[in-house]
Design a protein around this ligand. Structure first.
Ligand code: GLA
Length: 707
């Protein structure tokens, strides 16, 4: 019997291996001391005996299979035409490398090889797991399921925080209690407005600042499946991986299937602690910025809600001019610029400017925009084609479909079969030509439909292969244009995962730009992803999606805490509104280094009031958003600010251009002028009484440690 361990900053994964079997997960949680003498014999007695079986077996192995005797959902299901269906890896070696364990396993009976790689950086707490299955036999192997990640949670993990939603309401949080049995979430539409590939589980009643919580996320933008399953002894296995269509993966002899990466973290200090661990791990281990480092995220004007498909050169230049005047730094030309794109019915696939809207090409607009000192960004939807397009007319067979069945359009579009190299090459060439012709520093990469009956030329399901080809296309464009930044969008936040974020730099969080809705959407987003990736725009009032009216101050305060942008026609703003917006943009620019590189801090909702923000790693600075989301039977209690150093003295201010339309006491008035000087201990433990706030208003608070 042997043990293997991985240690992060505050967490340990401990595995126990009996003989040459697949390792069992013994502990994933708080860091164990170095040099711990492990009493392996005492750890051994964890196996269970199911009724009717004469031998013990272990449920919490790294890859539960039918061959290990599991009566739970197997994490690997494969067969050769119904034979070799009980995988059991009996010849397993575990190799340790810096911050990683490689588990190399063979099943000589079913002729399978499995490699599992686990990583946990010593200066972080984001655990990763991925697996590779190789067909070592001499007949094709049909794979139904192969988990990317298997994570063990202690008994007591009785409550799940799951992420539901729909278009315009991504990351909707819902609490589910996990009794015995299984909770499952499956996504088959190739994107995930309604099923973000992540789940959080913890002791009942966990909240922002309390409880032992575990978070698991699959870095994959395609179909996926996550289970939380109670074991016989009350512990819980969370298993996540791709959801595969029948026949989607058939491995020829010698071929391998590589899963996406599953990410996981554990926090003893509630959801905020979990976010901190995820944000830190994403920043250091997933994102790849041009030149290796994130530069300040440019404030963006995105033209969609201000123009939709109506593109007029003079109007766009006037908008860019007004944008530059309020301090905007990047102009992103959204949908509507391509040949024939009057509406959603035509133009996808023909990535050249519409000759009517842009008779001299994109050059004049790009020149005007860059001449104002703004960067130029462009919307594209490279995976798609409208039947009404030159590309489709020339290559009607280029789309994913099942021969003999009707073509299923959605938003009048079909999905290009990117698994065919000549089709991916053609799209690459079109985009590459645009990027070479113009100083375009940013692409908004959209994907606006579900995948339905997505078969390739041979009639086989092509879902995962299409996505891998899409990732490869993104990687190829980035290699050819190293300074390019890319936003992942899918009708808003349909593709916000760490699979695509290895190739992109920002998420269009949601097509819903209503600030009140955004508070909930952005809260869910922040569980796993850091704020610099969260596209957050100030939109028009009344809002285009909900019709709600909000003050500019509320809209801007909510956008301030992400990667801030503007999603309206700035020429329609009054002079007064422009100067207020300019004030908010200046505030964002002043705070963005803090906002985008700090530690997440939040409190539970109290009396309809939410509090979220950031504190610098050295605790000397902080910024918080206090949002009165609704009214309540109680007045809001004194506000406690989390994450501060109790030994520091801070200046607390509500920086301009804010004001509140309510009665203020003398000291509350000071908040808006020179600020209040208060100890971190007082702010964190006794709290301060804020002004009464009307529903759907917000206040930004800034903290600086004195001396
Ligand atoms: C999607 C995006 C929007 C916009 C439109 C353009 O819905 O989420 O932001 O780009 O497409 O058609």
């Amino acid at each position: 019997m042997s043990s293997h361990r991985l240690d992060g900053r505050g967490s340990t994964l401990l595995l126990l291996q009996r003989g040459t079997g697949l390792p069992e997960i013994v502990h994933w949680g708080a860091r164990l001391p170095d040099g711990l003498e492990l009493d392996l014999a005492a750890l051994r007695d964890r196996a269970v005996r199911h009724n009717g079986l004469d031998e013990d077996h272990v449920e919490a192995v790294l890859m539960p299979t039918l061959g290990t005797g599991t009566l739970r959902t197997p994490a690997l299901v494969a067969s050769r035409g119904g034979i070799d269906w009980t995988a059991d890896f009996t010849d397993v070696t575990v190799r340790a490398a810096a911050g990683a364990l490689h588990v190399i396993a063979h099943d000589p009976v079913a002729a399978l090889s499995l490699e599992i790689v686990l990583t946990l950086p010593e200066d972080g707490d984001l655990l990763t797991m991925r697996s590779t299955l190789r067909n070592a036999g001499d007949a094709p192997l049909q794979v139904e399921r192969l988990a990317a990640g298997v994570f063990l949670l202690p008994a007591g993990a009785d409550e799940l925080l799951v992420f539901d939603g729909r278009w315009g309401r991504e990351f909707t949080e819902r609490r589910v209690s996990l009794a015995s049995g299984t909770w499952a979430s499956e996504n088959r539409r190739g994107r995930s407005h309604d099923r973000f590939p992540g789940v959080i589980a913890g002791n009942a009643g966990f909240d922002e600042d309390r409880g032992l919580v575990h978070g698991v996320h699959l870095g994959w933008s395609g179909n996926h499946r996550t289970l939380a399953e109670r074991l016989e002894d009350g512990r819980v296995l969370v298993v996540t991986g791709e959801w595969l269509h029948p026949g989607e993966v058939v491995l020829a002899p010698g071929e391998s299937l590589h899963t996406p990466v599953a990410y996981a973290a554990v926090s003893a200090d509630g959801l905020s602690g979990l976010s901190r661990r995820f944000h830190d791990g994403v920043r250091s281990g997933v994102l790849r910025w041009p030149d290796g480092a994130m530069r300040p995220r440019p404030v963006t004007l995105n033209t969609w809600e201000g123009n939709y498909f109506t593109h007029e050169h003079d109007r766009l230049v006037a908008q860019a001019t007004a944008a530059a005047q309020v301090g905007i730094e990047r102009f992103v030309l959204d949908d509507g610029w391509m040949a024939g794109r009057r509406d959603a019915r035509a133009g996808l696939g023909d990535w050249r400017p519409d000759p009517l809207k842009y008779p001299d090409g994109l050059g004049p607009l790009v020149d005007a925009v860059t001449g104002l000192g703004l960067e130029f960004g462009l919307w594209v939807e490279p995976e798609m084609v409208n039947p009404d397009s030159d590309l489709y007319r020339a290559h009607p067979d280029a789309v994913l479909h099942v021969a003999g069945r009707p073509l299923r359009t959605s938003r009048h579009q079909l999905i290009l079969d990117l698994t065919r190299p000549e089709i991916a090459d053609g799209i690459f060439d079109q985009l590459d030509a645009l990027l070479r012709a113009h100083p375009i520093t940013y692409l908004k990469w959209d994907m606006n439909r579900d995948f339905v009956a997505a078969g390739d030329q041979d009639g086989r399901p092509a879902y995962r292969r299409h996505l891998l080809a899409d990732y490869a296309l993104l990687a190829r464009l980035r290699a050819a244009h190293p300074a390019l930044e890319i936003e992942t969008c899918s009708s808003g936040g349909g593709r916000p995962d760490l699979g695509i974020l290895r190739h992109t730099h920002r998420v269009w969080t949601s097509d819903c730009t209503d600030a009140l809705e955004r508070l909930a959407i952005q809260r869910g987003f922040s569980r796993f992803l850091p704020p610099e990736l969260m596209g957050a725009h100030v939109a028009a009032s009344p809002n285009h999606q909900t019709g709600r009216r909000h003050t500019l101050g509320f809209r801007a305060a909510v956008a301030l805490f992400g990667h801030m942008g503007v999603e309206l026609d700035p020429t329609t703003l009054s002079d007064d509104e422009r100067s207020v917006l300019a004030g908010w943009i200046a505030l964002h620019k002043r705070l963005r280094r803090l906002l985008h590189a700090s530690e997440h801090a939040a409190s539970p909702m109290q009396a309809g009031r939410s509090l979220r923000g950031v504190v610098a790693p050295d605790r000397r600075q902080g910024a918080f958003l206090v949002a009165q989301e609704r009214t309540d039977a109680h007045r809001a209690p004194p506000l406690l600010l989390p994450g501060l150093d109790p030994a520091f003295t801070y200046r607390l201010r509500a920086p301009s251009p804010q004001h509140l339309d309510v009665k203020l006491s003398a000291s509350q008035r000071l908040l808006f002028t020179e600020g209040l000087v208060l100890s971190g201990a007082l702010l964190g433990r006794a709290g301060i009484a804020l002004p009464e706030m009307q529903p759907e208003t917000a206040l930004v608070l800034e903290l600086d440690a004195l001396d």
